[in-house]
Design a protein around this ligand. Structure first.
Ligand code: ADP
Length: 496
């Protein structure tokens, strides 16, 4: 008999979720636990890897209790996870030898500085830009900061994994040391052309290959989750942004999703060939199903929904994030005001670490409504910058204009309508808001047979809202010119 549910685990930086999806791809039961970051020094971000594992056990138990089912009702397990976060553990004891170093952490910056000269080679092999975000310098950091780290790693006593590997290892009681290809492609040690760990890069970072996991497709029978009762297999694994791209059913070249969270993450399916960006977009593996590898371009906006939090917490202009929408609708335009949210510099395509936030176009009649509206527009303009570059580098036909969206800020109707207007593109908001977990469930279900094929997945995927563009080309150009001028002036301003 067909089992009722897929169990999807979403292990993120701030929380861990377990969600049960049914045959219609609906998220019917969910359990969630907050997880905590440690900040041992300024710019350092770590997590206790064992606590992450315990949070997974907790949410799995809770979701089964909530649904009043057992593991026998579960068809298969999908895992999606915060990417790049690095765990090194002892092979014998199965215990971490250092805290997990979180993707955001800058603690391996000085290691990266040494490899500036190799950035071309690294980009060509991995699609990534040299940066402490990625795992290679974090592994190096750990091996340099534990007693006899290098020696123990060379002897095969230590194992490395991103969070997917760590969970696979724990869920299988140490039987599996594997990683999915999307997670591997964020380590800066994986060659996205040959689809293997790269010996040159491992040599460069002096990382013994013996500590690396075996790399497998995203939709694949990884083996039994023997820590739990029953015989349930893990059938799908992908990094969070790639899982969201899959969950949004961006199965075809040119299809694109944007996640509006604290920051924004945009990914575009570029088909079966990697596209190398000249504007600082990352090239990454979107997923692998059987032998077929699909690539993506990725760009990010540092400050997305965070500017709404800033309006609420620092500026006290609104009392809730939801109020930003009400404020925006209280005026007919932003009255020529532009807010450039360069609080931590500007990302794609400007790459300016020195830039800081700025406001332009204030007049005696500018009020709070205009300002809050301009803040929301600032999110949308930044996303347009990334969208335009991505489509240009990918040679996407200008007649194809569509963006699938998810994340906390997509509930803001003003933001979504303005985004549709300024791109211009049709914007689609899916019914299921747990897109990341949904992507992992789709990947698992395709491998286990819970879902027949991509057509079935596309057919059950539901759209909740659609926004269509309403501005003329001339209106868009005028508004966007103002934004470009504002960015230029922001960059020209130098702090003393
Ligand atoms: P993350 O995964 O990065 O924590 P979420 O997807 O949970 O992010 O989204 C949280 C972000 O969404 C916050 O930055 C918050 O300010 C923003 N947000 C939430 N509700 C709204 C709203 N109604 N309008 C605009 N932004 C919102």
């Amino acid at each position: 008999m067909k089992k009722q549910f897929i169990l999807s685990i979403d292990q993120g930086t701030t929380s861990t979720r377990a969600i049960l999806f049914n045959h219609q791809g609906q998220d019917v039961f969910m359990a969630q636990r907050e997880v905590f970051c440690l900040f041992p020094r300024s710019g350092w971000v770590e997590q206790d890897a064992l606590s992450l594992w315990v949070s997974v056990i907790d949410v799995i138990n809770e979701v089964l209790v909530k649904a009043n089912v057992t593991m026998d009702d579960i068809d298969s397990i999908g895992i999606t996870n915060q990417r790049e976060t690095t765990v090194v553990w002892d092979k014998k004891s199965g215990l971490p030898v250092y805290n997990a170093i979180v993707w955001q952490s800058r603690q391996s910056s000085s290691i990266c500085d040494k490899f500036e000269k190799d950035k071309k080679l690294i980009h060509q092999k991995t699609g990534l830009l040299i940066n402490p975000y990625f795992s290679a310098s974090k592994i190096r950091f750990i091996l340099d900061h534990i007693p006899n780290g290098q020696k123990r790693a060379e002897k095969g006593e230590l194992m490395f994994g991103t969070i997917d590997s760590w969970l696979l290892y724990k869920m299988s009681k140490g039987a599996l040391h594997m990683s999915d290809i999307t997670n591997a492609s964020r380590t800066m040690l994986f060659n996205i052309n040959t689809h293997e760990w790269d010996t040159d890069l491992c040599r460069l970072f002096n990382i013994p290959m013996i500590m690396l996991p075996k790399v497998k497709p995203s939709s694949y029978d990884y083996g039994v989750a023997s820590f739990f009762p029953g015989e349930v297999h893990i059938h799908g694994v992908a990094g969070d942004q790639q899982a969201a791209l899959f969950g949004q059913t961006c199965f075809n070249k040119g299809e694109c999703k944007n996640t509006y969270g604290t920051g924004c993450f945009m990914l575009m399916n570029t088909g079966d060939e990697p596209v190398y960006s000249k504007n600082g977009l990352l090239t990454t593996i979107a997923w692998q199903i059987k032998d077929k590898i699909t690539y993506a371009l990725e760009g990010s906006v540092f400050i997305g929904g965070a500017i709404v939090q800033w309006c609420r917490d620092e500026m006290k202009l609104i009392s809730s994030a939801a109020q930003s929408e009400e404020e925006a609708y209280k005026c007919h335009s932003s009255h020529g005001v532009y807010v450039v949210p360069a609080f931590v510099g500007l990302g794609t395509p400007y790459w300016d670490d020195e830039a800081r936030g700025a406001v332009f176009g204030l007049t005696r009649s500018t009020n709070k409504h205009h300002f809050v509206r301009a803040c929301l527009e600032g999110i949308a303009y930044q996303c347009k910058d990334v969208y335009d570059i991505m489509r240009k580098e990918c040679h996407i036909d200008s007649s194809f204009n569509s963006l699938k969206v998810d994340g906390g800020a997509t509930v803001n109707k003003y933001l979504m309508q303005f985004q549709a207007d300024i791109l211009p593109a049709n914007i689609y908001v899916p019914s299921c808001l747990q897109l990341t977990a949904l992507g992992a469930a789709y990947l698992a279900g395709l491998s286990s047979g819970f879902f027949k094929d991509l057509h079935e997945v596309s057919a059950i995927h539901c759209i909740k809202e659609r926004y269509t563009p309403t501005l003329t080309k001339t209106e868009i150009n005028k508004l966007y010119r103002g934004w470009k001028n504002a960015v230029k002036a922001t960059q020209a301003f130098k702090r003393i």
